[in-house]
Design a protein around this ligand. Structure first.
Ligand SMILES: [Ca+2]
Ligand SMILES: [Ca+2]
Ligand SMILES: [Ca+2]
Ligand SMILES: [Ca+2]
Length: 323
């Protein structure tokens, strides 16, 4: 009964959230990041592709727009490698299978990851008119997404693929009810199974990712790529004050596996990325994913399910004395 209540609470909280930009406020991540396919992976992107899903509650029936900030690869925001010669394609998918196909929920751009109906697509290069500016996809009717009963919501998918060149594309998304401005969609959320992002340059800024731990999760494997030994990565939860995890250096993946406490089921973890002060690491691009004991990926919701987790003293103290 207790578990059922927790699951219901989680679903209710999705519906009560207000959609925000991607990345969202609690994450404190400056930009999403995708490189052109000719870049070495040492620049920080392991696969030159990033997939995000938008979740729109069924009861929301107005038109929606998916807006992209700084979709171009040039000028401000982006990371040059030699000359600006990079091309990126953004593609929006809906319809049956855009979410539910397994390849779409994996970390690599392989197999049928472009599943579903292609609703819109556009490519960008170095284009001053889109520099520090918005491009808007849509309007879409929410029912053009794939209906997924576990959320009672329609899901859309947007993929940013590096098509040519070797520069770094930095960008953000916003799910909006308006084509020319950012107006949130009530009750919406966004999530990814692998997060490729740019860290702040300011060492005092801490970035966060919030994987949701469902009640089938027994252990998790936290993987990070190309962290450049930039300080600490730690996990905070209802039962953890700040458990340090293994961190990657240049151009390598590293994994750390740990057990989930019962109290953490149906809550979010707060993975904190804490930069070192000296020497400061600039332009740090990182990739992160988290799997359970079945090898399934945990979703990172931009608005953490259940809110940002805080250690509950009664649980955290019990865990400390148990060790
Ligand atoms: Ca280049
Ligand atoms: Ca730009
Ligand atoms: Ca850009
Ligand atoms: Ca890096």
């Amino acid at each position: 009964m207790k578990k059922i209540m927790l699951v219901l609470t989680g679903i209710t909280l999705i519906m009560n959230g207000i959609s925000q930009p991607v990345p969202a406020g609690d994450e404190n991540i400056p930009f999403l990041m995708t490189f052109g396919p000719r870049a070495g992976t040492s620049w920080g992107d392991d696969d030159f592709s990033q997939t995000f899903f938008f979740l729109i509650p069924k009861k929301f029936t107005q038109a929606i727009y998916i807006r992209v900030y700084d979709p171009d690869i040039g000028g401000q925001c982006d990371e040059i490698n030699g000359l600006w010669d990079t091309k990126m394609t953004y593609s929006v998918y809906g319809g049956k299978d855009c979410y539910s196909v397994k390849d779409a929920q994996e970390t690599q751009p392989q197999g049928n990851y472009k599943s579903g109906n292609l609703l819109a697509t556009k490519s960008f290069v170095n284009q001053a008119n889109y520099d520090e500016n918005w491009y808007t996809f849509g309007p879409f009717n929410p029912s053009e997404g794939e209906y997924v009963s576990k959320w009672d919501a329609y899901i859309f998918k947007i993929i940013c693929d590096g098509v040519a060149g070797d520069d770094g594309n930095l960008y953000r998304y916003y799910l909006s009810t308006m084509p020319n401005m950012n107006k949130p969609v009530e009750g919406a959320n966004a999530f990814a199974y692998e997060y490729s992002f740019r860290m702040h340059d300011d060492p005092s800024e801490v970035s966060h990712i919030y994987p949701f731990v469902d009640d089938r999760t027994i252990t998790v494997k936290l993987a990070n790529f190309d962290w450049d030994s930039d300080g600490l990565i730690r996990t905070v939860s209802v039962a953890r004050h700040g458990q340090l995890t293994k961190v990657s250096g240049e151009d390598v993946w590293i994994e750390d596996e740990f057990k989930i406490f019962d109290e953490e089921k149906n809550t979010s973890l707060d993975i904190q990325f804490i930069k070192k002060k000296n020497p400061p690491v600039r332009n740090n691009n990182v990739v992160v994913n988290v799997r359970n004991q079945y090898g399934e990926l945990l979703p990172f919701y931009v608005i953490p399910i259940g809110g940002v987790p805080k250690p509950r003293p009664e649980i955290a103290v019990k865990k400390q004395t148990a060790h």
